[in-house]
Ligand binder design. Structure first.
Ligand SMILES: N[C@@H](CCC(=O)N[C@@H](CS)C(=O)NCC(=O)O)C(=O)O
Length: 205
């Protein structure tokens, strides 16, 4: 049985969207990070980073329970379980998917997390941080706007590289950024947002 420890944030939603896309059944455990429920010893016992998402497969490889942190690894684990085309097996294509998936995970996502913090979360107004991260956020959007020119998805067909960016673009309003200058990003976003699995994977409960 798969257990997803989850809260409806961009990283949590990536794992849940992937579960919905591959069609495996799972039990959802809401970890209210706003109330610090992730910081208790009971959660640390199996989630060393004390963050969400965490996936527990009670029937992991060799019949042993396996715990996985990091949304990228959760997505690739689920793809491996199901031979999913969302993480293509062809080494060249996989290299490209990894490249863009990690751009989403380690460049785009953390930048947008910072833009959101300074734009709409922190009570203090810190103009220099807003300017710095706002510029970085726009650069990230310019990167994907150019890449998506003439493409439906990041690499060939829909893949985990798209999911890795989608959940952050979905929260762009919280970063006070609009689609205005980014028509390719809007077109790509709307196509993915229409997927039933994505709509289920974004849910809060
Ligand atoms: N790189 C990790 C990031 C996980 C992460 O930062 N999760 C956030 C929510 S989006 C969290 O649990 N924050 C609560 C905390 O750090 O206390 C992943 O992709 O899974």
């Amino acid at each position: 049985m798969l257990h997803l420890h989850y809260y409806a944030t961009p990283n949590g939603q990536k794992a849940r969207i992937m579960l919905e896309e591959v069609g495996l059944s799972y039990q959802l455990h809401i970890v209210d990070i706003r109330a610090g429920k992730n910081l208790g010893e009971d959660y640390r016992e199996f989630a060393p980073s004390r963050r969400i998402p965490t996936l527990v497969d009670t029937d992991g490889p060799g019949g042993k329970a396996l715990t996985i942190i990091e949304s990228h690894v959760i997505m690739t684990y689920l793809a491996a379980m199901t031979n999913s085309a969302l993480y293509p097996a062809d080494p060249t294509v996989r290299f490209e998917v990894d490249q863009w998936a990690l751009h989403g995970q380690s460049t785009f996502g953390p930048t947008f997390a910072n833009v959101t913090l300074f734009e709409t979360r922190f009570p203090e107004d810190v103009p220099s941080a807003k300017k710095h991260f706002g510029n970085l956020g726009r650069r990230c959007l310019e990167t994907i706007e150019l890449h998506l020119q003439g493409r439906d998805y990041f690499v060939g067909d829909y893949s985990i590289a798209d999911i890795a960016h989608f959940t952050w673009v979905n929260r762009m309003d919280q970063a006070n950024i609009t689609f205005g200058d980014f028509p390719n990003v809007r077109r790509w976003f709307e196509k993915i947002a229409a997927r039933p699995a994505v709509q289920k994977g974004l849910k809060a409960d």
